[in-house]
Design a protein around this ligand. Structure first.
Ligand SMILES: Cc1cc2nc3c(=O)[nH]c(=O)nc-3n(C[C@H](O)[C@H](O)[C@H](O)COP(=O)(O)O)c2cc1C
Length: 181
């Protein structure tokens, strides 16, 4: 496979909503998770905690209970991997600094890390979708996460069955970026 440059990774990554059910190779999962763990973080605290789920019984339970009605995201039925994105709540920098500054560093850190994850997956010919719409209480119960971990998202991952969109739906850069000179 030819290596993609960073710009083509940004443009090729898209939220995939149709997956091939075939499993993803463990080496690829390892590479994707290693990329996630390379992200920068406030005071290098690395507050992300990932749970990579490929076990059929657990996947099925999540699909039924965390994505059951009225929550949609039906495409999780085929995704062979779900990654629970957790954040460690009690790291010192995150306990003290936000109280002073009001910035939720731990969630920023996790967001950056998860973007690394999704871009590395794209590079390896995989596709992902960040899933924010799910029954969080049901998912937390099924996953039995330690009490110091807050679940903040699920990522579907697998080989895509659909085509990337022709064009990114984005506001013009000038709408969201201002140069102050
Ligand atoms: C925090 C977050 C939550 C999201 N939740 C969902 C979701 O529950 N279901 C879904 O289909 N897409 C979800 N998305 C994907 C967005 O809809 C998508 O990123 C956006 O429309 C831009 O499209 P693109 O990712 O294909 O570039 C979520 C994305 C983020 C970052």
């Amino acid at each position: 496979m030819t290596k993609k440059n960073i710009l083509s990774l940004f443009t090729d990554r898209y939220s995939c909503r149709a997956y091939d059910i075939r499993p993803v190779e463990k080496e690829k999962l390892d590479a994707v998770m290693a990329a996630a763990c390379m992200a920068p973080s406030a005071c290098n605290k690395q507050p992300w905690r990932y749970f990579v789920i490929t076990e059929t019984k657990l996947l099925d339970e999540l699909r039924q209970k965390a994505f059951g009605p009225p929550v949609s995201n039906k495409f999780v039925k085929e995704a062979p991997v779900l990654i629970a994105v957790g954040v460690k709540k009690d790291l010192v920098v995150h306990g003290i600094v936000p109280a002073i500054k009001g910035i939720p560093y731990q969630f920023i850190d996790v967001g950056i890390s998860t973007d690394h994850l999704m871009l590395q997956a794209t590079e390896l010919g995989l596709a992902t979708c960040w899933l924010g719409w799910f029954n969080i209480k049901a998912a937390e119960k099924i996953l039995k996460l330690p009490s110091d971990i807050k679940l903040c998202g699920l990522i579907s991952l697998g080989y895509p069955k659909d085509e990337p969109p022709q064009e990114k739906q984005r506001r013009p850069v000038n709408d969201t970026v201002r140069f102050i000179t």
